[in-house]
Design a protein around this ligand. Structure first.
Ligand code: AAL
Length: 426
């Protein structure tokens, strides 16, 4: 072999080993690419830069990808309250729709609907038979009472806060479903004021307000219809329920609920939504937000300042029922977690509900109600306490962040098919 042949052979050898090397590198690169295209085993902190399904995409929109790490996820633990008498459950005394508790000089105060009537309610569908002594619904012929507590478990009922004014003043038929605001050292109670038995034309009532220098009162009437009904045809044309104020952005943000698509003839098609009305003065005027409604689900209103925004709990009704929601601006809410055993009419103690801190810390307990405490024909409601971890400053994951709740099978079997509900006639 001459020398030029030798050089040629060496060159060929070099080229082929080079191309092998390149091929090797290429295959390494493509398998690397491939592994990057697959969602990783270790939970990524940030959304990976790969194509994601809709479900995995939105997983990164939650406060945390793992629900156990989500500050807006909690289980709820319930405790019966001490100190309230219900006449042995005969349906003549009812307590429901508590306000959020407030803490004043080491004492918690709560305001709530209290009905004390000779007979239990006869039902909204018999509202035309209601009299001055016979209530239609559980919140008909009611007054707003209050109670105090040192520990939030044992309560002492103090008496009436807002009684029914004389006819025909707004609320003469019933005053109920209060919530409280503390603003510049004064106390303001917002509540539903009925001029007719609930059920007659729907659950038709506007919101009134009263104020006091002390949480014990006396309360001075401060105005009626403070959140104006929408005009005929608007979603909130005939209801502004569950008023709940917080102080946010230096203003009073008052959230309320309206059941719509409902009365008078299509009750079974009802829907609920929440609106926001904003004011600089607790007695109004309140201006409704142009994006109302701001929440599409939830039978009552539960709002509290959280981080720089506002958290909301949606309970019972709507596509997004049983969820926590969060908005950075108090207006545009997104689902933050799904809940179970959600407290009805949840009214959490929020230490910073009125402090305008811009850095809401969340909540760990509150009051709620159960509307089915009685037996058929003896309907009444009770107020209860719930504990939770929807707080940035409290962590008890072994109690509140577990994802399973194991009910006794009887809880499920109580929801058994009725004969006439069984589609197969089995
Ligand atoms: C509650 C609240 C309002 C309704 C009725 C009493 O749960 O939504 O207060 O009017 O039911």
């Amino acid at each position: 072999m001459n020398s030029s042949k030798v050089i040629l052979m060496i060159l060929i050898g070099c080229i082929s080993s080079c191309s092998e090397h390149i091929a090797e590198k290429q295959s390494e690169f493509s398998s690397h690419q491939k592994s990057q295209d697959v969602f990783p085993h270790k939970m990524p902190i940030e959304k990976p830069n790969i194509e994601l399904s809709a479900a995995m995409n939105r997983m990164f929109d939650y406060p945390a990808t793992r629900v156990q790490d989500n500050e807006l996820f909690s289980q709820f633990k319930y405790t019966r309250l001490k100190g309230f008498n219900y006449n042995d459950g005969d349906g003549t005394i009812s307590r429901r729709d508590p306000s959020r508790p407030i803490l004043v000089d080491g004492t918690y105060y709560v305001y709530y609907t209290r009905r004390s009537t000779k007979v239990p309610p006869i039902g909204w569908n018999k509202a035309s038979e209601a009299t001055d002594e016979i209530p239609s619904t559980d919140w008909d012929l009611a007054e707003i009472w209050y109670a105090t507590s040192i520990d939030g478990f044992k309560w002492e009922e103090k008496g009436v806060a807002i009684s029914r004014p004389s006819k025909p003043n707004p609320g003469w038929r019933s005053v109920c479903t209060p919530d409280i605001l503390i603003w510049k050292g004064k106390y303001y109670l917002y509540y539903q004021a009925f001029n007719e038995p609930s059920g007659l034309r729907g659950d038709w009532c506007p919101v009134s307000v009263s104020y006091a220098d002390s949480p014990d009162g006396p309360w001075t009437h401060g105005g009626d219809s403070v959140i104006p009904f929408g005009k005929k045809g608007d979603w909130d044309q005939d209801a502004t329920h569950d008023p709940q104020p917080i102080v946010y952005n230096g203003k009073i943000y008052l959230y309320y609920k309206a059941a719509y698509n409902k009365w008078p003839d299509i009750r079974d098609k009802y829907a609920v939504a929440h609106g926001l009305a904003i004011a600089d003065n607790p007695l109004g005027p309140f201006t409704k937000h142009h994006l109302n409604p701001v929440l599409n689900s939830g039978h009552e209103t539960t709002y509290f300042p959280f981080k720089e925004g506002v958290a909301a709990m949606a309970i019972k009704d709507g596509n997004e029922r049983e969820t926590m929601q969060y908005s950075q601006d108090g207006v545009n809410f997104k689902v933050a977690s799904s809940l179970s055993l959600t407290p009805f009419a949840a009214a959490p103690y929020a230490a910073d509900a009125f402090t305008n801190s811009g850095n809401g810390r969340g909540v760990t307990w509150g009051l709620s109600h159960f509307i089915n405490a009685g037996t058929p024909g003896k309907g009444y409601s009770i107020i209860a306490r719930f504990d939770c971890d929807l707080s940035l400053d409290f962590d008890k994951p072994s109690v509140f962040k577990k994802t399973g709740i194991w009910h006794n099978p009887d809880v499920y079997f109580q929801q058994g098919l009725e004969r006439n509900e069984n589609p197969e006639g089995r």
